[in-house]
Design a protein around this ligand. Sequence first.
Ligand SMILES: [Mn+2]
Length: 418
Amino acid sequence: MSGKDSGSPTTDSTTTTAVTADDNRKPPPSSSDEDFFSSASVASSSSSDENPPLPPPKIPISWPSDGILSRDWVFDSLILSASKILHKEPNCVRIDSGSGADSRVVVVGDVHGQLHDVIFLLRDAGFPADDRVFVFNGDYVDRGAWGLETFLLLLAWKVSMPHRVYLLRGNHESKYCTSVYGFEKEVLTKYGDKGKHAYRKCLGCFEGLPLASIIGEHVYTAHGGLFRSVATTPSKRSKGKKTRKIIINPEASSLSLGSLEELSKARRSVLDPPWEGLNLIPGDVLWSDPSMSPGLSPNKERGIGLLWGPDCTEEFLKKFNLKLIIRSHEGPDAREKRSGLGGMDEGYTIDHVVESGKLITLFSAPDYPQFQATEERYKNKGSLTLFCNHLILILQCFTVLKQLLQDQRQIPFMIMRM
Ligand SMILES: [Mn+2]
């Protein structure tokens, strides 16, 4: 991997404190939470007379008896409880878009440690509730100064309402990115030796984050986007034990789009998604970018993942009866360097419009990147997507702090009717 990220690293990227993390670490063992998980998996607004509403799910964590959220409670109980829930989720979570008049699903793009913006966003969109589901599309940490607090806030929501809050994995939720782009250093600076422990626990959570979601059967969301089929990947071992199979240009010639079934079988529990070998789907889903050129090709700029063209968007939408792909991953800095694709000033772009639907990029960190040792900021808006009453709206409900109030008057932009 070349180590390139979604733009020029503006943090001090020279410090990479080594953290011993066991690559072979297994997900937390399953516990006796089965009752909790089964009782909680109730689709929203689907109660009928025959099926009385079930009691609210039991939260799998006990509140500190003295009401004080100690560091130990947060670093151990909260992160561990969230990690258990996350590891049990499938690679691609299916989310009911709700049938009630007020039901809505809110999708949020990159937030990158901008805690105050996340809080504004939650306030503006309305907190998670029985009829209000949130899907966060990854990149919670790095770049911004409050990656840990942002991630902990989202974990707290996840633990409190596991079927109303979904946290998908971004490429920054990895050991590699967090050691280069600020999160590891942030945690160690804030908490010293205790920080090492907290950082390791966070890495354990990152490994458990699901890769993608399908909302209301027709909307696919993932941080980077589409992914390759692994069915055509040449097998590691050829017939003769010692004979080495020579593969001529294995990447470009054999690339084809992967299926949702293949996605469901990928091994996501890795600290860093591999860019070579057989387990390539997680890296594709987290790191890929759309392109205006047709076809699938290796993402040379990133050194991992793919570039896919409008024809691939059409193929994927049509094959899986989808209408919309929402991906994130590219902020204003990344978009500056991408010819043919729109800038991220508005917090979203519509990248592909094809027969079966659309592809959009959603970025939710306004005035990015904030609070670094640089004045280089983009004054971009942040956006979120809202599904309600069979409409898909883009809402720019927050921008730079000062403009918050006036911007709330903006009229949402409608993407499509579902
Ligand atoms: Mn990203």
